[in-house]
Design a protein around this ligand. Structure first.
Ligand SMILES: NC(=O)c1ccc[n+]([C@@H]2O[C@H](COP(=O)([O-])OP(=O)(O)OC[C@H]3O[C@@H](n4cnc5c(N)ncnc54)[C@H](O)[C@@H]3O)[C@@H](O)[C@H]2O)c1
Ligand SMILES: O=c1ccn([C@@H]2O[C@H](COP(=O)(O)OP(=O)(O)O[C@H]3O[C@H](CO)[C@@H](O)[C@H](O)[C@H]3O)[C@@H](O)[C@H]2O)c(=O)[nH]1
Length: 430
């Protein structure tokens, strides 16, 4: 089918590429001219494993192209996906101005029947607003359908998640667009559930909030583990073997971050409030997450006492493994806390250093992870990059002025670290 994606970011670019990979004809539109120029010249605006090869393959095959022109995208395709940002406002509600302006642009360009599909994460009832907007601004008065198709990809695993989704959710008002949407997704061989639009929009916020809740739950359990000498990983393993609970998203950490969980939690709390429900459970999820970071900083302060003029090495700047994304990164947040206490930082991330340079100043960026600890009073692990497990620990211990390692991601085995001569402090483990 002929498909257009408006918004060529993490979601739009990966979705468009995977649609092309299964045989659809795809145009990815973005208003950022530099981004489209870069993509048209074979460059990559983001790091996502496997994406670069897939983009090249589909561009070469003539199935994937890039444009800055929404009108062209609307004219040439039957189905238009919206994948623009839905950032948080200062009060936690969602800024829907990007969605509204794309809806107007689409309406202005429509001359025949189109299906407009919202893939951005939006508050419940946004589909109704998109419909009203298109109706109001469409001069040609052609027929159209609006659908909701939330995206569940994880950054760092986006290609794999898109090619092999757990489920595809399609929210519709009438049956008319269902066949076409099912056809688009048929090659992915995933279960498809068709709901009304409000339910589809709610599935996304409810799912993300539940995953964040799972992390805050295990982080709260980690506090009890620390108070009793129990091991949070063993507790998570024992809990996770119950099929009703599951082991995933039970890794205690210095807290969750990223461009989705924090904003989607705030949005869901805000929408609930507007609908007359105080979602206190989710407020607690936020509070636990905030406290988890403070507790980790306190752990560092309790050990090193005064941080002023102390040198600390930090491994990891991205908000999680396998990505260069630093939006709402707990690792960056940690660095800012440590800087505020007067620490001098040496930092490294396998992919996120370029993006970090825009927000994290007065630190030494180190290219080799094994050199970060050089002359430092302590080393901190802030992101769960698997490569950090391959650190040259002997060299790290010798290059630290004191062999202290704070592991905010429980990457190492405590007993092993102690036998290697480290003073090792992690999350929720003796
Ligand atoms: N990043 C994720 O892992 C993820 C996963 C699932 C859902 N989502 C949701 O998907 C949406 C997009 O997120 P993202 O991370 O891809 O954002 P992003 O910032 O990476 O990309 C959005 C793109 O939209 C472009 N854009 C904005 N207004 C435009 C317009 N009027 N016309 C054309 N292009 C326009 C921007 O230039 C940008 O390139 C958000 O609602 C987000 O919550 C994100
Ligand atoms: O057990 C865990 C799992 C994750 N995290 C942290 O939680 C955050 C989010 O991780 P993850 O969910 O893997 O990354 P995202 O790419 O933000 O993906 C989430 O947000 C997307 C945007 O809505 C959704 O599409 C995905 O389904 C949802 O997992 C990161 O800081 C992780 O380090 C933990 O601390 N412990």
């Amino acid at each position: 089918m002929k498909l257009t994606i408006i918004g060529t970011g993490y979601v739009g670019l990966v979705t468009g590429t995977c649609f092309a990979e299964v045989g659809h004809q795809v145009i990815c539109v973005d208003r950022d001219e530099d981004k489209i120029k870069l993509l048209n010249s074979g460059g990559m605006p983001i790091y996502e494993p496997g994406l670069e090869e897939l983009v090249k393959k589909n561009v070469d095959a003539g199935r994937l192209s890039f444009s800055t022109c929404t009108k062209e995208g609307v004219e040439k395709s039957d189905v238009i996906f919206i994948a623009v940002p839905t950032p948080p406002m200062p009060d936690g509600s969602v800024d829907l101005s990007f969605i509204e302006s794309v809806a107007r642009e689409i309406a202005g360009a429509m001359t025949s029947y189109k299906i407009i599909v919202d893939k951005s994460t939006v508050p419940v009832k946004t589909g109704d607003k998109v419909s009203e907007t298109i109706k109001r601004y469409c001069k040609a008065k052609v027929e159209f359908d609006v659908a909701s198709n939330p995206e569940f990809l994880r950054e760092g695993f986006a290609v794999d998640d898109l090619m092999h989704p757990d489920r595809v959710v399609i929210g519709v008002k009438t049956q008319r667009p269902v066949q076409a949407l099912k056809e688009i997704y048929a090659p992915f061989e995933a279960p498809i559930i068709v709901t009304d639009i409000n339910s589809a929009e709610l599935i996304k916020h409810a799912a993300n909030s539940f995953l964040a809740l799972k992390i805050s739950y295990i982080n709260a359990v980690s506090v009890i583990c620390e108070a009793t000498g129990a091991n949070v990983q063993e507790v998570a393993n024992g809990m996770g073997m119950d099929g009703r609970i599951g082991r995933r998203f039970l890794d205690a950490s210095l807290g969750f971050g990223g461009s989705c969980f924090p904003k989607d939690l705030s949005a869901f709390i805000k929408i609930s409030e507007q609908l007359g429900y105080d979602f206190a459970l989710l407020k607690e999820v936020q509070r636990i997450n905030h406290d988890q970071m403070n507790r980790f900083v306190k752990k560092i302060l309790d050990t090193l006492w005064v941080l002023k003029d102390k040198k600390i090495g930090v491994l990891g700047l991205a908000f999680k493994q396998n990505t260069d994304d630093i939006r709402m990164s707990p690792a960056i947040d940690l660095c800012l806390h440590l800087q505020k206490e007067g620490a001098k930082l040496r930092v490294h991330d396998p992919k996120a250093m370029e993006k970090a340079k825009a927000v994290l100043h007065n630190v030494t960026y180190v290219d080799d992870m094994d050199e970060v600890a050089e002359g430092c009073d302590a080393l901190v692990i802030a992101t769960e990059w698997p490569e950090f497990k391959k650190l040259d620990l002997e060299r790290v211990r010798k290059s630290l002025t004191h062999p202290i390692l704070f592991d905010g991601r429980n990457l190492f085995d405590a007993k092993e670290m102690e036998s290697l001569g480290f003073i090792y402090k992690s999350i929720g483990r003796p």
